[in-house]
Design a protein around this ligand. Structure first.
Ligand code: ZN
Length: 185
C-alpha cells in the first residue's frame, strides 16, 4: 500500500495529502518530528486489529468514556471545532490522569495531516478531523508506547465498546475506519 497522509493516523478525511511537513507552527513544534514516527511505522491489517481475543480495557475507562459520551459529547458534538476539541481533550486527560496517573498535554493543531503523539513532550496533537478514534489512538501511544498494533487495537475496541451504534456504521478503508458512505448515483 502506498504511503500517503491517509495512512498515517486514522484520519482518512484529509484532502489531497498536501505535504504540510515544512509549515512552521507556533511554539516551536516540529511537524516532521511529530509525524516522523507515524510514517515509519507499518500499520496492522483490519484482521489483526479485530483479531480475538479482544484487548481488555480497564472497567473504569469504559465507564468514564460512556459517561463522557452522555454528559459531554452528546452536547458538544454539534458544537464548534473548539468545543469538540475541548471535549476530546477532557476525555483524554481524564483517562490518562484518573486511570493511569500519566498526565498528557492535548493541543489542537487543525492543519496537521493527522493526529499525532510526541513521546518526548508527552503531547497529543488533535487535527481538524476531531475524530474520537484518532484521539483514542494517540492516547494509546501515550499510555502504551509506539506499537501501532497495540494502539489500533486498544482504540478501535474501546470505541466499539462505548459507541456501538456509531461503530456499526463504520467500514474499513485500508487500516482506517471511516463512516460508511451511501452512494447516490
Ligand atoms: Zn499510531
Amino acid at each position: 500500500m502506498p504511503e500517503t497522509n491517509d495512512q498515517m493516523g486514522l484520519t482518512p478525511s484529509n484532502p489531497g495529502g498536501t505535504p504540510l511537513i515544512n509549515i512552521p507552527l507556533p511554539g516551536g513544534i516540529n511537524i516532521a518530528e511529530m509525524i516522523g514516527r507515524c510514517r515509519v511505522q507499518s500499520y496492522p491489517t483490519p484482521t489483526e486489529i479485530m483479531m480475538t481475543p479482544e484487548p481488555t480495557h480497564k472497567p473504569g475507562v469504559i465507564k468514564l468514556t460512556k459517561e463522557w459520551k452522555k454528559e459531554v459529547w452528546k452536547e458538544k458534538k454539534a458544537g464548534t471545532a473548539q468545543e469538540k476539541f475541548e471535549a476530546l481533550k477532557t476525555l483524554l486527560e481524564r483517562i490518562a490522569n484518573e486511570h493511569y496517573s500519566k498526565p498528557v498535554e492535548v493541543t489542537y493543531q487543525p492543519d496537521l495531516p493527522s493526529c499525532c503523539y510526541n513521546m518526548a513532550s508527552n503531547r497529543i496533537a488533535i487535527n481538524s478531523s476531531l475524530s474520537i478514534i484518532s484521539a483514542m489512538h494517540e492516547l494509546a501511544h501515550h499510555l502504551f508506547g509506539p506499537s501501532e498494533k497495540k494502539a489500533c487495537r486498544w482504540s478501535v475496541h474501546l470505541f466499539k465498546k462505548t459507541f456501538p451504534r456509531a461503530y456499526a456504521n463504520l467500514e474499513w478503508s485500508g487500516h482506517c475506519l471511516v463512516r460508511r458512505v451511501e452512494s447516490h448515483t
